[in-house]
Design a protein around this ligand. Structure first.
Ligand SMILES: NC(=O)c1ccc[n+]([C@@H]2O[C@H](COP(=O)([O-])OP(=O)(O)OC[C@H]3O[C@@H](n4cnc5c(N)ncnc54)[C@H](O)[C@@H]3O)[C@@H](O)[C@H]2O)c1
Length: 314
């Protein structure tokens, strides 16, 4: 049996492929290597896996239904789909909402349709904490009402969850929507705060600090998220929405000071106004993930940043 990982050359996707290969699974890594950030980074992410007989690379776009159909035609043993391919990040979606809708909504429908047609029972959808919008109630619980989002990106993720629910109820697919909370770690996306801050502090450039430094993020180490993804595949259920966070939000000021400590360098802070599309705080209630999946995050922010910065330096 094979597991199809869409966005498999990306940050979370490449770690997911690594973990599946370690378990001797056959992996089909599907990615279009777009240039949202340098595609060479994505090629490097999967370089080591290309030699494995269990690893197949499908260079395909999820918005291209015909090419996707071909992947399924050539790999009749796909038993699960881990759908991570997306245009990620809230801020740029304000400038290009159509592209976000095309990839994140149309692409997701293409994959759900193929799962239905080819009898793939297990489908994991990568949703996001951004679905909670400016939710005031902390921590964010899956039972909270999520009717108001702050960016087109977040709306595409909410729509993805709704489509998943429809396909599960109508066609009997087992679908788990995982809401990831600010994932960081080696190979982290260069557009995200952990990478941008580290690079700026390391090179002595100003660190753009949005707001007063009191905003909080529930940073989650990538290995913990990957463990949650694998558990969701193993314990596939009819339909669930599950938070995958750390459960311990960290203030921006503290986050920057932890990076300073790891690099033994001082940040030059440039205060900026909080941009549109950003929320003040995220905090995951991870009790459902614990109960249903047995998910327990194992990496503290200090340990995680140490590993991230080691990866950044190498
Ligand atoms: N990193 C986070 O903190 C975070 C938080 C919440 C949700 N997510 C979600 O998790 C998933 C993975 O995020 P990531 O941080 O690894 O991002 P990433 O950009 O590193 O990975 C996404 C991958 O999808 C590929 N891709 C994009 N459009 C595609 C298309 N049309 N066809 C085929 N492949 C395509 C990209 O080339 C990339 O390699 C995304 O769905 C993202 O929205 C991430």
């Amino acid at each position: 049996m094979a597991i199809l990982v869409t966005g498999g050359a990306g940050f979370i996707g490449s770690h997911t492929c690594d973990a599946l290969l370690k378990k001797n699974e056959r992996v089909i890594c599907l990615d279009n290597f777009n240039d949202y950030y340098p595609p060479e980074k994505k090629r490097k992410n999967i370089e080591r896996n290309l030699a494995s007989k269990n690893f197949i690379l499908a260079e395909t776009d999820i918005t291209d239904g015909k090419s996707l159909e071909k992947v399924f035609g050539e790999n009749k043993d796909i038993s699960a789909i881990v759908h991570l391919a997306a245009r990620a990040a809230a801020r740029p979606s304000l400038d290009n909402p159509l592209l976000y809708a095309e990839v994140n909504i149309l692409g997701t429908i293409n994959l759900l349709e193929l799962a239905r047609k080819h009898g793939v029972k297990t489908f994991i959808f990568s949703s996001s904490s951004s679905v909670y919008g400016a939710n005031k109630k902390m921590p964010f619980s899956e039972a909270d009402i999520t009717e108001s989002q702050e960016s087109p990106y977040a709306i595409t993720k909410k729509t993805g969850e709704m489509l998943c629910k429809f396909y599960s109820e109508t066609y009997g697919l087992n679908i788990t929507c995982l809401r990831f909370f600010t994932v960081y770690g080696p190979r982290g996306r260069p557009d995200m705060a952990p990478y941008r801050f580290t690079e700026a502090i390391d090179k002595g450039h100003p660190v753009n600090m949005y707001g007063d430094g009191n905003s909080k993020r529930d940073y989650t180490y990538v290995d913990d998220v990957v463990r949650g993804i694998l558990l969701s595949v193993e314990k596939s259920r009819k339909f669930e929405i599950i938070n995958l966070g750390n459960g311990n939000p960290v203030e921006l000021k503290k986050f920057i000071s932890l990076i300073e400590k790891q690099l033994s360098k001082k940040a030059k802070i440039a205060k900026k106004q909080m941009p549109k599309g950003d929320v003040v705080a995220t905090h995951a209630d991870i009790s459902k993930a614990g109960k249903i999946l047995g998910y327990v995050p194992q990496t503290t922010i200090e340990e995680g940043l140490k590993k991230f910065i080691r990866g950044y330096k190498s």
